[in-house]
Design a protein around this ligand. Structure first.
Ligand code: PEP
Ligand code: MN
Length: 345
């Protein structure tokens, strides 16, 4: 952390800042500059001290600004954890983040055993590894379909066992972590819940793999600090998901898929990064190009919504791929993946 004093700040003001820093048992390093003086603080600062100095010193007289020189998240940061995290999940111990490309697919909502089983057969046939399906649905309107809830979870568990696919479903509240965790292999924390801190803590305590979606208006730091909540509970199994941020213009897409977040996250964290082009665009015909782009820009996989009959879907039908379009996409992903590894070799 660096504290920059205002131009011409008097010695008394600099001394006052140094006294406050010393009161926390920290040694300030005074660095006179040509026209401004800066005070350096060691990087090994605790989070409490960092927050204290930011708020107290930041508002002291003659202080121009307090800047961070290292990341506010420690466990999620690649600075402190050079090896990339690989998350193992499901009965077949699939590896997410091992350099391969994981496809997670399935309907937005579980609607019936038949619907989910038929989606699962398509997902399995395509060679994908993870079956998705919402049982508890976070809907903008309370009058929209809210999911089959407990019955939906039972269907997911049964179909997961029948197909051997790893399963993922959203948990919306801290008190449901146990129940959802008993039925699925990966806990999904939805975009709207990214800063539900009690939920992040419970998901951390569960020790299950946690698939954390980026909030629609979350910065990268906020996203990684949300991941830090899970990690700080001693659960290293965190998978990040970019699913689009608030768009400037909702006329054409539901969100703006921030694909630049992929290389940015890769530069700052060791956690695997998955892209969700379905919620990222909200339009079925834009899903394939964005999924292919996700592979090219270095994502560890994609999560896509696919419905056996999108026209009859109870949620997000307009962004769901048909089985045909889905299998066309998985073929193109496999071809592109091969091309990329051949040309890298
Ligand atoms: C979902 O995956 O079905 C979902 C609700 O996603 P998000 O939280 O990204 O909106
Ligand atoms: Mn959906």
């Amino acid at each position: 952390m660096i504290i920059v004093m205002q131009f011409g700040a008097p010695t008394e003001a600099v001394d006052a800042v140094c006294r406050v820093i010393r009161s926390r048992g920290i040694d300030p390093l005074v660095m006179p500059g040509e026209d401004r003086l800066a005070i350096g603080i060691p990087a090994s600062l605790s989070i409490e001290d960092r927050e204290f100095l930011e708020s107290v010193v930041g508002s002291m007289p003659e202080v121009s600004k307090v800047t961070q020189t290292s990341s506010p998240y420690k466990l999620a940061s690649i600075e402190f954890h050079r090896d990339r995290t690989v998350v193992e999940a499901g009965p077949n111990k699939i590896q997410i983040g091992d350099g391969g490309f994981t496809v997670m697919a399935g309907p937005c909502s579980v609607e019936s055993y038949e619907q989910f089983k038929s989606a699962a057969a398509i997902v399995k046939g395509s060679g994908a590894q993870v079956l998705r399906g919402g049982a508890f649905k976070p809907r903008t309107s309370p009058y929209s379909f809210q999911g089959l809830q407990l019955e939906g979870l039972k269907i997911i568990k049964q179909v997961g066992e029948e197909t051997g696919l790893a399963t993922i479903s959203e948990v919306m509240s801290a008190d449901m972590v146990d129940t959802v965790g008993q039925h699925v292999d990966i806990l999904q924390i939805g975009a709207r819940s990214m800063q539900n801190f009690p939920l992040l803590i419970e998901a951390g305590k569960s020790q299950l793999p946690v698939f954390l979606k980026r909030g629609p208006s979350a910065t990268i730091d906020e996203f990684l600090l949300a991941a830090e909540y899970v990690l700080s509970q001693g659960n290293p199994r965190v998978i990040l998901c970019e699913r689009g941020v608030m768009p400037l213009d909702k006329t054409y897409t539901r969100n703006t898929l921030d694909l630049s977040a992929v290389p940015v996250l890769k530069a700052h964290t060791h956690l695997p990064v998955i892209v969700d082009p379905s919620h990222g665009t909200g339009v079925a015909r834009y899903v394939a190009p964005m999924a292919l782009a996700a592979l090219v820009c270095g994502a560890d996989g994609v999560m896509v919504e696919m419905h056996p009959d999108p026209m009859s879907a109870l949620s997000d039908g307009s962004q769901a791929l048909t089985p045909d379009k889905y299998s066309e996409l998985t073929n193109r992903l496999a071809g592109l993946s091969r091309y990329m590894s051949e040309t890298q070799a």
